[in-house]
Design a protein around this ligand. Sequence first.
Ligand SMILES: *[C@@H]1O[C@H](CO)[C@@H](O)[C@H](O)[C@H]1NC(C)=O
Ligand SMILES: *[C@@H]1O[C@H](CO)[C@@H](O)[C@H](O)[C@H]1NC(C)=O
Ligand SMILES: *[C@@H]1O[C@H](CO)[C@@H](O)[C@H](O)[C@H]1NC(C)=O
Ligand SMILES: *[C@@H]1O[C@H](CO)[C@@H](O)[C@H](O)[C@H]1NC(C)=O
Ligand SMILES: *[C@@H]1O[C@H](CO)[C@@H](O)[C@H](O)[C@H]1NC(C)=O
Ligand SMILES: *[C@@H]1O[C@H](CO)[C@@H](O)[C@H](O)[C@H]1NC(C)=O
Ligand SMILES: *[C@@H]1O[C@H](CO)[C@@H](O)[C@H](O)[C@H]1NC(C)=O
Ligand SMILES: *[C@@H]1O[C@H](CO)[C@@H](O)[C@H](O)[C@H]1NC(C)=O
Ligand SMILES: *[C@@H]1O[C@H](CO)[C@@H](O)[C@H](O)[C@H]1NC(C)=O
Ligand SMILES: *[C@@H]1O[C@H](CO)[C@@H](O)[C@H](O)[C@H]1NC(C)=O
Ligand SMILES: *[C@@H]1O[C@H](CO)[C@@H](O)[C@H](O)[C@H]1NC(C)=O
Length: 465
Amino acid sequence: MKKEKDARGRLIDKYGQVTTRQYLVFVLTLFLIKTGGAAWYPAGCEIVEHSPNGTRVNCTDPVCKNPSFESSIFRWDGHHIIVTDEKRLNRSTMNMSYVTLQVNCEEHLTKIMKIDVLDVNDFPPIFDKGSPSLINVSEFALPEQTIWTFNAADADWNPDLSPRFKFILKGFLTEKYLKVEGSTEASIILNKPLDYEHLKKEDLTLILSAEDYCNFPCVTNYPVKTSNFTFTIHIKEEDTLPPIFQPPYCMTFDVDGDNGNESQLACANAMYNGTVMHDTTTINMPTPIRAKDGDEQLNAPIAYRILGGNDEKIFSIGDDGKLTLNDTAKKKYNQTYNLEILAVQKNNNFRSALTTAKIRVIQQNNYPPKFCKGRCGYIPSTEYMVVVFECHSLSPLRVLVCDNDYPPQNINPNARVKLRSQDESWATLTPDGYLLVNMSNMPPRGGLSNVEVTAMDLETNEATI
Ligand SMILES: *[C@@H]1O[C@H](CO)[C@@H](O)[C@H](O)[C@H]1NC(C)=O
Ligand SMILES: *[C@@H]1O[C@H](CO)[C@@H](O)[C@H](O)[C@H]1NC(C)=O
Ligand SMILES: *[C@@H]1O[C@H](CO)[C@@H](O)[C@H](O)[C@H]1NC(C)=O
Ligand SMILES: *[C@@H]1O[C@H](CO)[C@@H](O)[C@H](O)[C@H]1NC(C)=O
Ligand SMILES: *[C@@H]1O[C@H](CO)[C@@H](O)[C@H](O)[C@H]1NC(C)=O
Ligand SMILES: *[C@@H]1O[C@H](CO)[C@@H](O)[C@H](O)[C@H]1NC(C)=O
Ligand SMILES: *[C@@H]1O[C@H](CO)[C@@H](O)[C@H](O)[C@H]1NC(C)=O
Ligand SMILES: *[C@@H]1O[C@H](CO)[C@@H](O)[C@H](O)[C@H]1NC(C)=O
Ligand SMILES: *[C@@H]1O[C@H](CO)[C@@H](O)[C@H](O)[C@H]1NC(C)=O
Ligand SMILES: *[C@@H]1O[C@H](CO)[C@@H](O)[C@H](O)[C@H]1NC(C)=O
Ligand SMILES: *[C@@H]1O[C@H](CO)[C@@H](O)[C@H](O)[C@H]1NC(C)=O
């Protein structure tokens, strides 16, 4: 809005009203008349702290003609205010940032003069001697919880005044888990619970920096000073995880779902297969049933229970996870028992895990598996992948596993045949037992080669070569 002036020179707005600014000037004038003889000297006297004896105080305006004052720090040399005791110009011991002088001018006029003492940054911040370098934080500590408060001092400030700092916290994953707040003391605050397992069980090393402020008023280009304090956060593992059946199936996946690089390991309980001979009570478990506390350090003791699939109550499970069977008569051949097994921490029944063990009743096993025949074969001379023929025959060589437990053919249908690893570069065994050879890879051409085959009875884990 463009301001106009009226006939008396006052500012008026577009409606011809005298504006507020003009009223303010009137009020100030009244105040000056009322306070009369004693008044603040117009601003602008300053001296840098520790200025040596004899230094002139820098004033933008004169005090008055022939001033006089009583002071143990300054004197009047006829033209300027001069420092007489530099030791008193020390902001570390002053509780104010200025010195006042009562100045007597002519005509019995007294003025109160203020001389600003500009701070020089003589000292860096110092963290309390007693600050711990190791802080224990529970996994249960919640966001916004203050986990520690560090105190710092700065000798540029009178001890009766609170120094102010800019605190910065740096370290591994710091922004995500922790922050620092405060200007006179540094409160370390949790942003996110410290998950012991996710943080790979490592202690976090952090650096807390304190940067000092201008102790106003201060010299221009005030050089800030920094101190660092290094401390470690030890994450105290708590009972956060249930037991897990071993060996767990683990995979990494993107927890945030943001396709970022932050993936977490997630693990599922192992499941178990086992067999029991029709006529015995010995349960054959290729992988024994065992659960372990997910909180590795705590490693709470585990108890096992069969929750389901044991309607006839023939199975029981021990404190070591071992399944036992007490009744052979009720088992039917080829029957499968799906046992639901619970593992629970003995010290906390809210921490539990569930799995399934499939126990199959199999044919009795009195004979080991063995290769029926065909220990000799020949290869027609071609350049390609060929099937091996049985010696003295026109039929392809087939590796079959004989087992007298399976009459009348005595061939074990549950056997799995595999090549031993060193032959795999040039020979292949098909799932039904035919042997293929890659001629271009076969080492001694034309001569004799041996192929070793292993056979395993999948039901009993018996092996033969
Ligand atoms: C005195 O103060 C004026 C204005 O603040 C400044 O420009 C000048 O550099 C100062 N002189 C000294 C000697 O400090
Ligand atoms: C400055 O003056 C004070 C008081 O007059 C005196 O005690 C002090 O020793 C002097 N300092 C120097 C460096 O001369
Ligand atoms: C200012 O006072 C502090 C605190 O007594 C002292 O440590 C420091 O040496 C003094 N500075 C000077 C320049 O004398
Ligand atoms: C500052 O110290 C002086 C004496 O050194 C004392 O008289 C005055 O009350 C103190 N002022 C404050 C604000 O503490
Ligand atoms: C953290 O725990 C360790 C050992 O458990 C102990 O020595 C240390 O004093 C603890 N730190 C704090 C700040 O309580
Ligand atoms: C404090 O640490 C910062 C970086 O973290 C570094 O730039 C600075 O030099 C350190 N200061 C001291 C006094 O060690
Ligand atoms: C994840 O990616 C960000 C930026 O893409 C990178 O700063 C950070 O170091 C990465 N973290 C890990 C654990 O690779
Ligand atoms: C248990 O048997 C099922 C099929 O019968 C199979 O899919 C699974 O991989 C087996 N598990 C183990 C641990 O052998
Ligand atoms: C053994 O079997 C009987 C009956 O078949 C059953 O009542 C009993 O609970 C079983 N004992 C154990 C220890 O499993
Ligand atoms: C065993 O049971 C499976 C499926 O339950 C069946 O396919 C198989 O023929 C049975 N074997 C015998 C020998 O009864
Ligand atoms: C046979 O071996 C050669 C040389 O290693 C290879 O390039 C070729 O793919 C193999 N043939 C077959 C059918 O595996």
